[in-house]
Write a protein of this length. Structure first.
Lengths: 211, 334
């Protein structure tokens, strides 16, 4: 029971899409510069990935791998159309700023790679739960990155000016995004390995006590 | 190994001596604030190095003091009245993001000082490229009254300068305080070249490419003036000594280092000529990082091939010697 829970929640922290697997990093680096961009991308990523993976799970498993990948991409592209139309109404300014990274979300690694290697090997209900947490994992990283980069790079929070003493505008540039994400990944991995080491030590002790 | 360790430390001492001399000259022109700026940079770098090495579970050794020389290089490239906080952030960036993230002192990809400079250039360009005039002494916590553009900026825009050769040698003009004292920089270059503390190939390559291009495609009104100012302005001489010819980054072999410096300087000259961007050689040095890495990989490849060839020759010689002994023994038996 404990293992099953861990596997479902993995996508949020333990096996985070961005920080652990380094997937879908380009929108985070290029567009995760402020919260308004982040919210638009979170909406698009969540909607496209959720519906594409669920619809893709109905594709027969007997089909060749190459054909399945093409079908997943076609499904994602079809899901992209209404998502893009709605985004045009809700986030008209952001769509222009995000540019090519918005349509690129339709062929993100979570749909193309993880669906086949992870999600479609699970039963439907656990798959949906796991998918939701993987999506939330991406959303959390996107939001945290955008918040910090906007605060330090522009001295604003969601467009509102704050009393920031020193503004590091380089953080809003792609190179700043690379460096920030690199440091964020390093911190995440250090914390994760420390927690796992502690868990292993705890497990070892309990075994010893059990014996 | 012991010799290698010693030589690394001697290189650091040589570089530190020349940097301290430049810092002294900066004190003469800009007063105590420039010295405090240097101290802030050194303090921030040392603290960042100590903390990051502790996080990496490594011990702080004398070799890790190279962060101090990097901090001084950064301080010398900044205006004398520069914000302490930004300077400290840049030094932390140099140590953590540009050096230790890539594995530290032994796995350096690019000069930490150059990375820090580009970091400041992208974030606080307006503060970085405005300088107090020489002999303007500012208090430790005061801000400079009037700031002006550098002589490099004027040269890039107009192609001419009204600075006498004496002032040029003494560094009595606006610009990054460490990079304007031409006489001291020349002496430092000669000393470091003779002490083999910098890569001679990279230094000569950088200076010769700049001089050659400045003569062929003059940036100034006259060819002589173009050559003179192109080497002195835009931190070319300073970068050639402390960034491009840095032994930790430049290729080891002389001719590889020469071409590395040559192409880097040629590209930087063309970029400056076409875009009038100030101090572009520091920016280009980061862009040329893959070239340095490529040269280093090539050097390793050549060394491996030579070692294999030497080993096979030795084996062949041993086999020949064995054959000769067998033949001689057979002849004796007959």
């Amino acid at each position: 029971m404990k293992n099953r829970k861990t596997s479902v929640f993995d996508g949020l922290v333990g096996d985070n899409t961005v920080l652990s697997s380094l997937m879908v990093i380009s929108p985070v680096i290029m567009c995760g510069t402020d919260i308004s961009n982040a919210i638009a991308l979170i909406y698009a990523f969540s909607a496209i990935t959720f519906f594409s993976v669920i619809l893709g799970s109905f594709v027969p498993k007997k089909l060749p791998y190459a054909a399945k990948i093409i079908i997943y991409a076609v499904i994602a592209s079809l899901v992209y159309i209404p998502v893009r139309t709605a985004a045009g109404m809700f986030f008209p300014e952001v769509i222009g700023r995000v540019g090519i990274y918005f349509p690129l979300l339709a062929v993100n690694s979570l749909i193309i790679v993880q669906s086949e290697t992870k999600f479609y090997r699970m039963k439907r209900l656990p798959m949906i739960a796991s998918l939701v947490f993987y999506i939330l994992g991406f959303d959390a990283v996107m939001l945290i990155t955008a918040f910090i980069r906007e605060l330090l790079g522009s001295g604003t929070i969601n467009g509102r000016v704050v009393d920031a003493d020193t503004i590091i505008s380089g953080l809003g540039m792609p190179f700043g995004g690379f460096i920030f994400l690199g440091l964020f990944c390093g911190l995440y991995r250090a914390v994760r390995s420390a927690v796992r080491r502690e868990e292993n030590e705890g497990g070892g002790d309990s075994d010893v006590h059990g014996n | 190994m012991q010799t290698k360790i010693k030589s690394e430390r001697f290189i650091w001492i040589d570089i530190m001596i020349t940097l301290l001399t430049l810092e002294l000259m900066e004190y003469f022109y800009y007063g105590i604030r420039s010295v405090v700026l240097g101290c802030v940079c050194v303090g921030a770098s040392l603290a960042a190095e100590l903390i990051s090495l502790r996080l990496m579970k490594r011990k702080f050794t004398a070799d890790d003091l190279t962060c101090v020389s990097d901090a001084l290089i950064i301080a010398l490239m900044l205006p004398a009245a520069f914000d302490y906080k930004i300077a400290a952030i840049a030094c932390v960036f140099a140590v953590v993001a540009a050096k230790n993230v890539f594995g530290g002192r032994l796995n350096m990809i690019f000069s930490p000082a150059a990375a820090a400079y580009v970091f400041i250039y992208t974030s606080w360009k307006s503060l970085l490229l405005m300088y107090p005039e020489p002999h303007t002494h500012t208090g430790i916590f005061e801000k400079a009254g009037s700031l002006v553009s550098s002589a490099s900026h004027s040269f890039n825009i107009n192609g001419k300068l009204s600075i006498s050769d004496f002032e040029l040698l003494m560094g009595n003009f606006c610009g990054p305080p460490g990079a304007v004292s031409v006489l001291l920089l020349s002496v430092a270059a000669i000393v470091l070249l003779f002490r083999r503390s910098i890569s001679a190939g990279a230094f000569i390559g950088t200076v010769s490419a700049t001089a050659l291009l400045a003569y062929i495609v003059p940036a100034g009104v006259t060819k002589a003036g173009s050559v003179k100012y192109s080497i002195v302005m835009n931190m070319v001489l300073f970068a050639a000594i402390y960034i491009i010819a840095d032994r930790r980054v430049a290729p080891k072999r002389g001719y590889f280092a020469f071409f590395y410096g040559f192409f880097l300087a040629a590209f930087a000259y063309i970029y400056t000529l076409t875009s009038a961007k100030e101090n572009s050689i520091v920016l280009i040095s980061l862009v040329f990082t893959p070239a340095a890495l490529g040269f280093k990989n090539l050097e390793k490849h050549i060394e491996n091939i030579r070692a294999e060839e030497a080993a096979s020759e030795l084996l062949q010689a041993q086999e020949n010697a064995d054959d000769t002994v067998t033949e001689e023994a057979a002849a004796d038996e007959e």
